[in-house]
Ligand binder design. Sequence first.
Ligand SMILES: Nc1ncnc2c1ncn2[C@@H]1O[C@H](COP(=O)(O)OP(=O)(O)OP(=O)(O)O)[C@@H](O)[C@H]1O
Length: 224
Amino acid sequence: MTIEIRGLTKVFQGRVRALAEVTLSVPGGVFGLFGAAGAGKSTLLRILAGLVHPTSGKVELDGRELVGPVGRDVGLQTVGYVPQAPGRYPDLTVPEYLNYVGLSRGLHDRALRRRRISEVVELVGLAEVAHRNMAEFGGELLRRVAVAAALITDPRLLVIDELPARFTPDERASLWELAAALGEERMVMVSSRRMDDGLLRVCGGMAVLADGRVAYHADGDRLP
Ligand SMILES: Nc1ncnc2c1ncn2[C@@H]1O[C@H](COP(=O)(O)OP(=O)(O)OP(=O)(O)O)[C@@H](O)[C@H]1O
């Protein structure tokens, strides 16, 4: 699995250039996208998720167009997106919430939806708390719920935007381990302002964005 990002440029409102000719080759496993606030990380991840359209450039996933001038060749179900601030969650248990997410993402077959729900609950390590109301959950558990929701369509690419700053080092480490486990079966792109050790340890490749450009790019053997 590889993603080829070619000459990706995004200009908002004709004047804010968030990305400028970004070209990157992203291997499978976990890929870290680093950079200061405003560097363009979220914009790049949102383009991959199909939420923002690039001004120019294209992205291919295993040789098929994911993003480009002629639209998407690969369906949106192929990419799961975990936003920076997932927002408020309804007063539901995890399976009830995921049932709603599954329906809204087109999983109309009840048996298939149920199977996916139990698979993702297991995958993200929520099996033991799945019967509880999510209103009782703290930040890390809610982040796992957001990852489970993004995995419901069994996407080949999972993009995880910045963890909230309030997360403790232990919570961060535990979520990077989750990213590593998920990266064995699919591509996982994670963005972070901080280059913390726990994340670098699980990354098979990384890039640093600065002012919308690739300032540094490394794969496996050359990771810092
Ligand atoms: N919808 C938008 N409209 C206008 N400008 C935007 C929009 N989204 C992002 N920008 C601008 O694009 C630039 C890159 O923002 P982006 O959110 O991609 O950076 P980032 O690296 O993710 O930053 P952070 O770490 O703060 O999330 C910034 O100058 C930002 O203000």
